[in-house]
Design a protein around this ligand. Structure first.
Ligand code: NAD
Length: 256
């Protein structure tokens, strides 16, 4: 039987880059998203064409019942889950200075980017522990897609930075808790990646990249993140639990 990966927000952008790479590398997929199935059918077909079985699990990771249903659907359909990729995330609807930003935006961003990932991880982790206990040969892992915003302060999206800093600690917490079961937990930290999320700020980042913001003078692509996640999922980093893997073209390397 193929190994099964659940990718939240896996129908576009970085999540789709991850799903594509995992499909290419022989995983069966459960892909979560908020859009109706008809709206993502062509995306699902693209993944199937790569040889993967694909289950679409519609639902919001911010909602407890949706998280529960998502895991139940995977359980019913595949009977196993080896890899959880917490990729779904949102930017604030409106970038606002932290002296003016609203509690509504804070709650929305935190409940998706942090609370949703944290409690989905809790559910998946319990299931992975049960799988490990019934089959010593089970190999699972959890991969959180955070952001350079976990450490780089942007005062016009403070809630996003806080959510990613929190996700970074969640990675360490679950790495510690799941250590005894040999289920590694990793954080993948992208820099500036070309997706719908960054489409509205293309010109700004084009200029910053041309001016040397990153050591590698180009945008990151979803495939750059997908290849890193696939290496982790494939067990190439089994003795590196709790670690952060940067995918930022060197943006965060301090320079003088
Ligand atoms: P995107 O907006 O293109 O895609 C995000 C996906 O997540 C979408 O499919 C969306 O429908 C889904 N999603 C959003 N809220 C959801 C919810 N509540 N439940 C289920 N699915 C939900 O964004 P992206 O750029 O591909 O970002 C993916 C992840 O990478 C996010 O966590 C983001 O914070 C992170 N990231 C992106 C960049 C970048 O430059 N694009 C950089 C660093 C980190």
């Amino acid at each position: 039987m193929k190994r099964v990966a659940l990718i939240t927000g896996g129908t576009r952008g970085i999540g789709f880059g991850i799903a594509t790479q995992l499909a290419k590398e022989g995983f069966d997929l459960a892909v979560n998203g908020t859009r109706p199935e008809e709206a993502v059918q062509s995306t699902i077909d693209e993944l199937k064409a790569l040889g993967a079985a694909v289950l679409y699990c519609r639902g919001s990771i911010a909602a407890a019942t949706d998280r529960k249903n998502m895991i139940e659907r995977v359980r019913k359909h595949y009977g196993a889950l080896h890899v959880l990729v917490n990729n779904a995330g949102i930017a604030p609807r409106e970038r606002r200075d932290i002296l003016e930003a609203t509690e509504e935006s804070y709650d929305e961003v935190m409940s998706t980017n942090l609370k949703g990932c944290y409690f989905l991880t809790q559910q998946a982790a319990n299931w992975m522990i049960a799988q490990k206990q019934s089959d010593a040969g089970f190999t699972g892992c959890i991969i959180n897609v955070s952001s350079i915003s976990a450490t780089v302060a942007s005062v016009n999206r403070g809630e996003y930075c806080l959510s990613k800093a929190g996700l970074s600690m969640a990675t360490q917490l679950f790495a510690v808790r799941l250590g005894e079961f040999n289920i590694p937990v990793y954080e993948v930290r992208p820099g500036i990646i070309r997706t719908d999320m960054t489409a509205g700020v293309t010109e700004k980042y084009d200029k910053l990249i041309a001016d040397g913001l990153c050591i590698q003078q180009r945008w990151g692509e979803p495939a750059d993140v997908g290849k890193v996640v696939a290496s982790l999922a494939n067990g190439q980093f089994m003795y590196s639990t709790g670690q952060v893997i940067m995918v930022d073209g060197g943006l965060t390397v301090p320079r003088l």
